[in-house]
Design a binder for this molecule. Structure first.
Ligand code: B12
Length: 230
């Protein structure tokens, strides 16, 4: 049945994001039971499109921008804001961002939009790209857009017997209940965590899924540095 949903534009959004290495990562219409409509900047929104990246696709675009914004405090967040605010305006949406407070439930939205589930590390895993993907923002619409169902994806951790991610951390930050962030950060600060700092989180790297999409060395270092700084 045709209601007021627009025949979205996923292709147009994808085309607008493509020059930045970004992709639309599904979306959905808010309902009051599972995913209540968020009240943001005084307005309620009816649907959301998540925006993110797979592998290192954003890296050349972001670093080009960074060369001209070398004094930015949070360059990746700032780049995301620059890019997505302009894209949002084009489609009559507003852009929201994962690191803005109060935190919006990006992972819950992503589970609904793309059918992803969390890995034992806490971050969501994608059946093709593994742990090498993240979200740079979301576009909120005051109208209900028409989405193809995100559908449940195959959850690769279900077939992973050994779960090497849980035992690869040199300080066992994932050995207990959840993720021991203090232990992880102390290791990085101690100077003994150079392999993690320079090559990326060893637990994340131990995951066999989507190895070929692992971030490039400079991108690994960038994220680890940002994480270590807190
Ligand atoms: C605070 C935060 C952290 C904190 C604490 C995380 C935690 N325990 O919840 C710290 C600093 C530890 C952290 C670390 C990392 N984070 Co973080 N983090 C966030 C942030 C900004 C807010 C989380 C939140 O409270 N949301 C609000 C609640 C209401 O939303 P939610 O969807 O219900 O939140 C879910 C998460 O909290 C999740 N969760 C539960 N336990 C854990 C544990 C970890 C380690 C994570 C990441 C999530 C997580 O379960 C919740 C229920 O669904 C989110 C962005 C966002 N807005 O969500 C990114 C986010 C979750 N982080 C992300 C990432 C990538 C990381 C790092 C890998 C960063 C890095 N260095 O590259 C590391 C993880 C290290 C590792 N080896 O696994 C991504 C995850 C993408 C994905 N594939 O799922 C997000 C979505 C940001 C993004 N730009 O995409 N993070």
């Amino acid at each position: 049945m045709q209601d007021d949903r627009e025949n979205l534009i996923p292709n147009q959004i994808a085309a607008a994001l493509e020059p930045y290495g970004l992709v639309p990562r599904g979306g959905f219409v808010f309902d009051e039971e599972n995913a209540p409509s968020p009240l943001i900047r005084g307005g309620h929104f009816r649907s959301v499109v998540l925006v993110g990246h797979f592998g290192s696709a954003i890296w050349p675009h972001f670093t080009r921008w960074w060369q001209d914004h070398a004094d930015s405090q949070d360059p990746l967040d700032q780049w995301s804001k620059d890019v997505l605010s302009a894209v949002a305006m084009k489609f009559g949406a507003i852009a929201v961002f994962p690191s803005d407070r109060p935190y919006l439930p990006f992972q819950q939205w992503a589970m609904r939009a793309e059918g992803l589930r969390p890995s034992p590390l806490g971050i969501l895993i994608h059946p093709q790209y593994g742990l090498w993907q993240a979200f740079r923002g979301a576009l909120l619409f005051d109208r209900a857009l028409d989405f193809a169902s995100g559908g449940p994806q195959r959850h690769p951790c279900d077939d992973c017997q050994d779960k090497p991610c849980l035992s690869a951390c040199p300080v066992n930050a994932f050995a207990g209940d959840g993720y021991n962030v203090v232990r992880c950060r102390s290791h990085l600060a101690s100077g003994e965590g150079n392999e993690c700092m320079n090559g990326g989180c060893l637990a994340r790297r131990a995951c066999p899924v989507g190895h070929e999409y692992a971030y490039s060395a400079p991108q690994m270092r960038f994220h680890m540095k940002a994480f270590a700084k807190g």
